[in-house]
Design a protein around this ligand. Structure first.
Ligand code: ATP
Length: 292
């Protein structure tokens, strides 16, 4: 099975600063680096590194060659990435010496994506293929609806959380993945108990407290987080979701997929960076065997 990831592609520009700027201040950065980012790209990379066949559906601008090369370099198939006139999405991430940050995001090409080529690409999906999507592009509802109509399994990572966007996509979702904060926001906004969320399966991630799988009619599956030396938790949720989708696409049971994702995420938080920190399938399997 293939994981089709419809999602954002960004270039993240990191600026290390002596302190975060105050209004009117001009600051010189001490170091600067640029990396592939965006929740969609991160999840595609996580899934591909974990061993899945991954096709990314998204958009970059005229400046997107480097981002595309980055994705392809991690083994993600990029024929479904459109080139549009709007510049590639980017984030400016200012970081002070204590690790505190301030972030500016420009969605850029992610919001200028054309719907028709995405729908045309999905026509090539096989029954049971997975569509993975998040909240950083245009047309989530249309793409999720089409995928469900084609008999795909739709896994929706409801982040960044925006209640109206989530409410609109939910009818076309099989598996919803949220962190604990997003879960609480969603239940409050819909004024509904957890069991009545209108999806078959809800996965809740809880940082160092692990994650749980709740599916109608089957016992809950709770997996602990694997103890690790934490270096950088950025992208832990994207790692977990991408690897979960990868494992399910390779016919793992929900329980095995949850353990596989938790092991991957523990490894990811023990390394610096986001996409670059996503572990390979061999690394994840080695960690699981080591902790048995
Ligand atoms: P982020 O926004 O930082 O990408 P998130 O809030 O979406 O993350 P979390 O619930 O924080 O997601 O983390 C996802 C998963 O990563 C957890 O369920 C857990 O398996 C793993 N994880 C996160 N933090 C740790 C940790 N300190 N130690 C081990 N595993 C962790």
């Amino acid at each position: 099975m293939t994981v089709w990831c419809f999602g954002s592609i960004n270039i993240d520009h990191f600026y290390a600063l002596p302190h975060l700027p105050v209004p009117g201040e001009t600051l010189a950065a001490t170091t600067v680096r640029a990396e592939l980012g965006g929740k969609g790209a991160n999840q595609s990379v996580a899934a591909a590194r974990a061993g899945a066949r991954v096709r990314h559906l998204g958009a970059v601008g005229p400046d997107g060659a480097r981002a595309l090369a980055g994705l392809a370099g991690y083994g993600v198939l990029c024929e479904g990435v459109q080139q549009v006139e709007t510049p590639t999405g980017h984030a400016v991430i200012m970081v002070d010496p204590l690790g505190e940050n301030a972030i500016i995001i420009d969605a850029g090409a992610n919001r200028a994506i054309a719907l028709a080529p995405v729908l045309a690409a999905l026509e090539h999906a096989a029954l049971g293929d997975i569509l993975l999507l998040q909240n950083e592009t245009a047309f989530q509802v249309e793409v999720a609806r089409a995928a469900m109509g084609l008999g795909m399994e739709v896994i929706y990572s409801a982040a960044p959380f925006e209640v109206e966007a989530v409410r609109a996509v939910l009818p076309f979702v099989n598996t919803l993945v949220v962190n604990a904060v997003e879960a609480a926001q969603l239940l409050a906004a819909l004024n509904t108990p957890f069991e009545d969320l209108p999806v078959e399966t809800v996965v809740v991630t809880r940082g160092a407290e692990g994650a749980s799988w709740h599916a109608r009619g089957t016992p809950d599956i709770c997996v602990p987080a694997l103890p690790t030396q934490v270096v950088d938790t950025t992208g832990a949720g994207d790692c977990f979701t991408g690897v979960l989708a990868a494992a399910l696409s390779m016919d793992a049971s929900p329980e095995d997929a949850m353990h596989f994702a938790a092991a991957a995420a523990a490894m990811q938080v023990s390394r610096p960076g986001t996409a670059a920190a996503m572990p390979t399938r061999a690394e994840i399997e080695a960690l699981i065997n080591e902790r048995r």
